[in-house]
Design a protein around this ligand. Structure first.
Ligand code: C2O
Length: 546
């Protein structure tokens, strides 16, 4: 196994999109940031130097970080932020994961522009469980604001209103030629007739689930979230923010240019969203050159309508593990967490300009009625490791405080979250099941729920209220998919299982950034086991302090 050294310099860089230039926070001046390539079993050592004016941390999304929670990255969870002028070196080893993950800033809304792909090849000499592709191409779907994203969220936090939706989606940082001033820079992906390429598709958007298609071509899905899946073919993908999907695509069409396109899957009812479409071009090497002055007109794919939940669900429920699964058949912890939005009263005396939710409220979000509050003086991991009292409590409720029809527009008086830093403690090795139940308070939409430090099996998903008497019959214990982010269906539920074999403090949250801002998060403490190899390592000496 190798050790890969990288320097990430966080800096403001002029980036021009949609006709205007913004001083954009980037890594090494690149947008999107560098693609890191490793083999399973390799170690990454990434020195992050902060030359920007904002606090920053980097999260290695989906990396298990066995015993190295200090390198996980979420601000105030596993570390204090890297202050302007500071630096921190992340060190971790890839253990048993193969496929596509990614990295992103985990502080305020910096990840809007601070993100990149993390490609994990099999160990040297080991081949893929599918025919070797001629080439491999990361496809990073993103979101662009014609503004400073930090200002967008700061403004929303101040007013209690929903933040402005993005002005464009992007493919590898480019909006593509349906947007103003973007034609010249549209991303082009090359393919040769007869050749098969591997697209490593990542949804790095902040707040939007996305459909993705390529005109006249089908995808063969081979992996997701750095786990192999039983292959299946589809003409459309749907990814929630945080999710990755690896697909093969073969150049079996007449040599020409074909659009690849992504646009919103917006299950939310009544909430505004960016309804634009981003494009890149799949170009056959033998495609005829357009005559001078003639505009190229690639074929456009058909994409599902923004509210096509049937297509989204058919896709997300097609995943099956390709490898032997180790899903626990018995469970020690049977947890039931509601996930959803809500409204809270505005602070007393707030004027309408400082509190702009509907009917004199402000937006909030919670799990089991607790809206998660980040600490500001310590990281939770540091507080846990050093036994610092008063930073958090461990009484996160394992079941919701009230029971009712979660999908039936609950009145606000029944459901007003408290704001707190509550964690749930798990014994080392505990076999954990979590029912994630979407709630319908104010709006209902999918929630891409991401767990740090773990992959989990998704046993079943469904609509309506989870019924423990009948829905357990739907559990797949044979070949459930192993993921790090589950799309909890709109007005529905997902059931996940994992074994708590990685000590530390691990955030679980909705990967729509606006929802994490509003508190749709909680964290697990996983205690050390008995042996040294079951214990969290000591913190690195350069760990930032608050
Ligand atoms: Cu991809 Cu907590 O993040």
């Amino acid at each position: 196994a190798k050790v890969h050294y990288h320097d990430f310099v966080i800096q403001a860089t002029p980036v021009k999109r949609l006709c205007s230039t913004h001083n954009t926070i980037t890594v090494n001046g690149q947008f999107p940031g560098p693609t890191l390539e490793v083999n399973n079993g390799d170690t990454l050592v990434v020195k992050v130097v902060n030359r920007a004016q904002y606090n920053v941390t980097i999260h290695w999304h989906g990396v298990r970080q066995m015993r190295t929670a200090w390198a996980d990255g979420p601000e105030f969870i596993t570390q204090c932020p890297i202050r302007p002028g500071g630096s921190y070196t992340y060190r971790f080893t890839i253990q048993g994961q193969e496929g596509t993950l990614w990295w992103h800033a985990h502080s305020s809304w910096l990840r809007a522009t601070v993100y990149g792909a993390l490609v994990i090849h099999p160990k040297e000499g080991i081949s893929y469980p599918f025919p070797k592709p001629a080439r491999e191409i990361p496809i990073l779907l993103g979101e662009w604001w014609d503004a400073n994203p930090i200002d967008v969220i700061r403004q929303a936090t101040r007013t209690g209103a929903a933040p402005n939706v993005s002005d464009a989606y992007t493919i590898n940082g480019q909006p593509g030629d349906l947007y103003k001033c973007s034609n010249q820079d549209t991303t082009i992906v090359h393919v040769d007739s007869g050749e098969t390429v591997l697209l490593r598709v990542i949804n790095a958007a902040l707040n939007q689930q996305l459909f993705f298609s390529v005109a006249n071509h089908k995808f063969t899905v081979v992996g997701a979230d750095a786990s192999y899946v039983k292959t299946f073919t589809t003409s459309v993908l749907m990814l929630g923010p945080g999710q990755t999907t690896d697909v093969l695509i073969t150049g079996n069409q007449p040599p020409a240019r074909y659009y690849m396109a992504a646009r919103a899957y917006a299950s939310a009812q009544g909430a505004p969203f960016d309804n634009t479409t981003t494009t890149a071009i799949l170009e056959y090497k033998a495609a005829p050159c357009p005559a001078k002055g003639v505009k190229i007109n690639p074929t456009f794919p058909s994409l599902p309508a923004f509210n096509d939940t049937a297509t989204a669900t058919a896709f997300t429920s097609s995943f099956r593990s390709a490898r032997k699964v180790e899903v626990p058949t018995e469970i020690d912890e049977n947890l039931f967490f509601t996930v959803g939005l809500g409204l809270n009263n505005c602070p007393a005396g707030a004027s309408s300009s400082s509190c702009q939710g509907p009917n004199g409220t402000r937006f909030t979000a919670s799990m089991n009625n607790v809206s998660f509050v980040l600490p500001s003086n310590f990281s939770l991991l540091q507080a846990h490791h050093q036994g610092i009292p008063g930073v958090f409590s461990t009484d996160f409720p394992a079941v919701p405080p009230v029971k009712f029809d979660y999908t039936g527009n609950v009145s606000r008086s029944l459901w007003q979250p408290i704001s707190a830093t509550k964690l749930y403690k798990l014994k080392y090795g505990a076999r954990v099941q979590v029912v994630l139940q979407g709630t319908n308070i104010q709006t209902a939409e999918n929630h891409p729920i991401h767990l740090h430090g773990y992959d989990f099996y998704i046993l079943a998903e469904g609509f309506g209220n989870f019924n423990p008497q009948t829905d357990t019959a739907k559990f797949n214990l044979v070949d459930p998919p192993l993921r790090n982010t589950a799309s909890v269906p709109v007005k529905g539920w997902s059931v996940i299982r994992f074994i708590a074999d990685n000590p530390g403090v691990w955030l679980m949250h909705c990967h729509l950034d606006v929802h994490i801002t509003w508190g749709l998060a909680m964290a697990f403490i996983v205690e050390n086991g008995v042996t040294e190899l079951e214990a969290l390592e000591e913190p690195p000496v350069d760990l930032p302090v608050c």
